[in-house]
Design a protein. Structure first.
Length: 123
């Protein structure tokens, strides 16, 4: 049975997160399901042919807010870094050439989730 991994991130304000992730990191909404109270119960953001899922804090007790970490492959880490900086991302590590041939940088989104972007594609 084929397996695919989808990171899931929780946000206090999923609508604001979707908007920010579009502006800062270039994600596009693929699926957005509203909850009965008008909030966002589940969303999927597209990054190329891959997806990241997100939900609001109401999904459980909110204990998982801001604890996620995702790695996303990009073709140009410097250009992607500039886009993130322009959108106000907190940069936790600047673009750096790594010994295994990747150029990576790290950032946090407004709710503290850690993101790494780099040119290395696993597999």
């Amino acid at each position: 049975m084929p397996r695919t991994v989808y990171p899931i991130l929780q946000y206090r304000d999923p609508r604001a997160a979707i908007d920010w992730l579009q502006r800062a990191f270039g994600f596009e909404p693929a699926v957005v399901h509203e909850s009965p109270d008008g909030g966002i119960g589940h969303a999927e953001l597209r990054c190329g042919e891959h997806r990241v899922m997100l939900s609001g804090a109401a999904y459980d007790d909110g204990a998982h807010l801001g604890q996620g970490w995702c790695y996303v492959v990009v073709t140009d880490a410097d250009a992607h870094h500039a886009q993130a900086v322009a959108a106000g991302a907190e940069i936790v590590s600047p673009p750096t050439d790594l010994d295994y041939g990747s150029r990576d940088y790290g950032a946090r989104d407004p709710e503290g989730n850690r993101w790494s972007f780099g040119t290395y594609a696993p597999g």
